[in-house]
Write a protein that binds this ligand. Structure first.
Ligand code: FES
Ligand code: FES
Length: 176
């Protein structure tokens, strides 16, 4: 079947989509957008997080056909005008990226959080990231990155340094 939708602000058409095909597969393999990662394909890791009509979803759990006529935004659509978004830059500046496999989801999820809650408290950040698993790093630098991005988006970048809290998962436990 053919799926027509809007992806990152532009019309997109994918042909020969199988009925059981995921949105993630369609984005990566048919539309040339490999930013969203396939790490578990079971809705467990958040590496495939994208926006669908403005709400974050795991693209591996959404059928490609469900995107028909809808608006999709991937990690490739986060940066505007070729410049890195504050969340992306903060991940670089705090050293929150190792292998990078989790990073696309960990860019989209805080982007969503900061749109809803411009200056989130730590528990809100942890809750927002609870569905995003990182296999490489401790989560402290990831939390630092989100704090820094929040500060920069709100015009105060003084709060990007290390804070206490240990190397626990975003939900408060090891590995989230
Ligand atoms: S690849 Fe979709 S949640 Fe892990
Ligand atoms: S940086 Fe490797 S999985 Fe997160």
């Amino acid at each position: 079947m053919r799926v027509s939708c809007t992806v990152n602000g532009s019309p997109a058409v994918a042909d020969d989509v199988w009925e059981g095909e995921s949105l993630l597969f369609m984005l990566r393999e048919r539309l040339g957008l490999p930013g969203s990662k396939n790490a578990c394909e079971q809705g467990e890791c958040g590496s495939c997080t994208v926006y669908l009509d403005g709400a974050t979803v795991c693209a591996c759990l959404v059928a490609a056909g469900q995107a028909q006529g809808r608006d999709v935004r991937t990690v490739e659509g986060i940066a505007a005008g070729g410049a890195l978004d504050a969340v992306q830059q903060a991940f670089i500046d705090t050293g929150a990226v190792q292998c990078g496999f989790c990073t696309p989801g960990l860019i989209v999820a805080p982007d969503d959080l900061l749109r809803r809650v411009p200056q989130p408290a730590d528990p809100e950040i942890r809750e927002a990231l609870a569905g995003n698993l990182c296999r490489c790093t401790g989560y402290q630098k990831i939390l630092d990155a989100v704090r820094l991005a929040a500060a920069r988006r709100s015009g105060d970048d003084r709060s990007g340094g290390d804070r206490s809290g240990g190397d626990t998962g975003p939900g408060g436990g090891p590995g989230g």
